[in-house]
Design a protein. Structure first.
Length: 248
């Protein structure tokens, strides 16, 4: 089952794997190898601790090209701004529950949207994972249901599991389609919408800015979860602007 004749496998190339704050360059190389074994080529690095580094090249074996072509970013926000679907991986439960999928479910979601949307999968730091703020940028979260006694996998092995499941989903999925009438909003467009809503809420004193509690996280979760499209974004932003004009 090498999938040589399955055209949708070519789409895998463009999935963006985002590694955040990686400490050990060897993990970057090993992740690149895990990607290339599964046919994924687009690697983004957010503030890597030690890169470029020979260890990254060495551990990548024949996936040197992926390491050499990796793009480096200053923040997760910047790395995923052109993506319509962003999945964040996490070994732990967070305070605010987010829609969380197992690798196979996430792979299904990816395979249904591949080629139609730009997709990023974000992986965290070896010691601390992703911050709540970084996880808040994502539409969906992925958890590998490992043993709670020791739930955190080596970074490259987590990459391997997710990449493998995505490849399997594509090999199995014959009826990949999207019948949505409008393009989904990119991560940047959704972020601008959330900022705009926050601005308006402040203008009408909707919440105490010194004590926003979980309001903003809930608003953010709503928009991320809904996979809002471009037209819907424009409707909300148009409404917010109209209200802001009337207030003046
Ligand atoms: N102590 C950290 C673990 C970091 S492991 C934490 O609590 O999040 C480094 C990265 O590997 C994680 O940020 C995640 O991207 C991935 N990873 C490791 N174990 C995982 C798991 N069980 N489910 C999903 N991702 C995992």
């Amino acid at each position: 089952m090498d999938g040589k004749n399955n055209p949708s496998l070519k789409l895998l190339k463009d999935i963006k794997i985002v590694l955040v704050g990686t400490t050990h360059p060897g993990n970057i190389g090993a992740s690149a190898r895990a990607m290339k074994n599964m046919g994924i080529y687009n690697l983004a690095l957010v503030k890597p601790k030690d890169f470029p580094n020979d260890q990254a090249i060495y551990r990548s074996k024949a996936a040197k090209d992926i390491v050499q072509n990796a793009k480096v970013y200053k923040s997760v926000k910047e790395a995923v701004e052109d993506c319509e679907l962003v999945l964040g991986t996490s070994a732990r439960d967070r305070t605010i529950p987010w829609p969380t999928l197992k690798p196979k479910e996430a792979a299904q979601e990816v395979s249904e949207n591949l080629g139609i949307e730009k997709i990023a999968i974000v992986f965290g730091r070896e010691d601390r994972g992703l911050t709540n703020e970084e996880l808040g940028l994502c539409n969906l979260h992925i958890n590998i249901p490992s043993d709670p006694e020791y739930s955190s996998l080596n970074l490259s092995q987590a990459v391997q599991i997710i990449a493998y499941e995505i490849r399997m989903a594509l090999l199995e999925d014959e009826n990949r389609a999207d019948d949505w009438d409008v393009e989904r909003a990119t991560n940047q467009q959704t972020e601008l919408l959330i900022e705009h809503m926050d601005e308006l809420m402040k203008e009408v004193d909707f919440y105490d800015v010194n004590n926003p509690r979980k309001l903003l996280v809930r608003v953010r979760r709503f928009f991320k979860r809904s996979r809002i499209d471009v037209m819907e974004t424009n409707i909300f932003r148009g409404l917010f602007s109209t209200i802001q004009k009337k207030l003046k």
